[in-house]
Design a protein around this ligand. Sequence first.
Ligand SMILES: [Zn+2]
Length: 224
Amino acid sequence: MKLALQSIEDLIHIIIGEDVIPLTKILHAKDNISEFKLAEMLNVTVNQIRNMLYRLYEQNLVVYIRKKDKKKGWYIYYWSLNQRGIENTILKTKLKQLEDLKIRISREQESQFYVCPNGCMRFPIETAMEYEFRCQECGSLMKDLDNKKTIDNIKNMITTLETEIEIIRNPPVKVKIKKEKVSKVKIKKQKVSKVKIKKSIKNVLKEKPKKEIKKVSKVKKKKI
Ligand SMILES: [Zn+2]
């Protein structure tokens, strides 16, 4: 499965840098482009392109093949995105985010928090007690904080991440019917969020058993 450009861009943005995004877009559209052609397309020097490509290569996000130029006698490198490497890195990043969120939510659920009414700082109760419930910035008396909203937000983030991780681990493209349905949804609602599209992918997945049942009944008819 070719990964969605947006999720690749999100990853590159976090671990490599924004300057590599235009290069990523080009490589997402086409495989095996020489560094000379890339430099030309992006209107930068070959050295600049090489710098970007090496940064991507270090993180296992691109691959190359090299061919000898018969006239000039040197090797030319042709670059492509490393789909598998990107997928693994996205998965690793998301698993780490999930782990962090789970630690955070248990901290939120286990502790009572105090906050400065002026918004300077927030402490768990133990620390707030040490400071006699005074804000260390402005000296105001700190109030106890209802962190239900924070907990709900983290819960939602965890659910989204778990869905995304599940989709990476079990990409829903093996049966043709799924692909068609997903693209229809995309055309109808172009501005729908990624989460909604993923939900629709999940719904399509849920429909799989129905198809199998139909097949079984056809076989039975033939026998009769
Ligand atoms: Zn304060």
